[in-house]
Design a protein around this ligand. Sequence first.
Ligand SMILES: [Zn+2]
Length: 294
Amino acid sequence: MQQRTIQKAVEVVGIGLHKGEPIRLRLEPLSVDAGIVFYREDLAMSIPLSPKAVIDTRMATVIGSEKGFISTIEHFLSAIYGYGIDNLRVIVDGNEMPIMDGSAISFCLLLDEAGIAEQEASKRIIRVKRPLEVRDGEKFVRLLPAERATFDFRIDFAHPVIGEQSEQFVFSTQNFVEEIARARTFGFAKDIQYLQSQNLALGASLHNAIGLDDHKVLNPEGLRFDNEFARHKILDAMGDMMVSGSNILAKYESFAGSHRLNFELTSKLLSDSNNYEFVAVESLQSRAFEKSFA
Ligand SMILES: [Zn+2]
């Protein structure tokens, strides 16, 4: 399997969740071994993707430094994981990614429009070699060695629409597009009101999130899946694992995981070279992971 970039540059304009202002996103091909590199066009500032670039995980995954940052990269990065993209320049003209419809499907369509380009070098991935876990009380995220990438997520919200729900997802690009990519982020109306009083989440609306009051879903169109909430947590987890810079081959499991726990997990993974190895996909004993990207 070869490294992947895109065939041609593509652009889209969407609203930023926090400022509520238009953000222009442009994707450009990059050469072999360049990796995923974010670029703040307004600041002429590059931010190569890595857990070391993460500066905040409270409301979303944020990369950058004091000079400039880019917020809410996780939905975009789940599409990058899903399509197996290795090398890409990700250009924005503001401090957040466009929220689009609150899921990853718009980014999938953008990548479809750009087309995937196979490059003249072997695709390398991070193979997890031993179990790793990060806990916060009963909440946990963990990675286990596996021949296929799978994501199991369980949540338990004291809310009549959410409650306890889970999703078990066996990764392939096609499964990602059909089962995960359309699952939207969600928020509670009372939290949104508070955030907006603090000048945050100014772009949040029922066009880019599932909104909930104490009893019900507020969106007139309803849910896209019965367990859309658990599916969105998998979408987030895939994006957060992609912060490592490469596709991770492992079984991911979580109860009530968060961006913070995901970030601690990828940091822990990469902190000890006994935890993982960079391997060419074609050198894996099983062809299962390679076939996932077919
Ligand atoms: Zn999310």
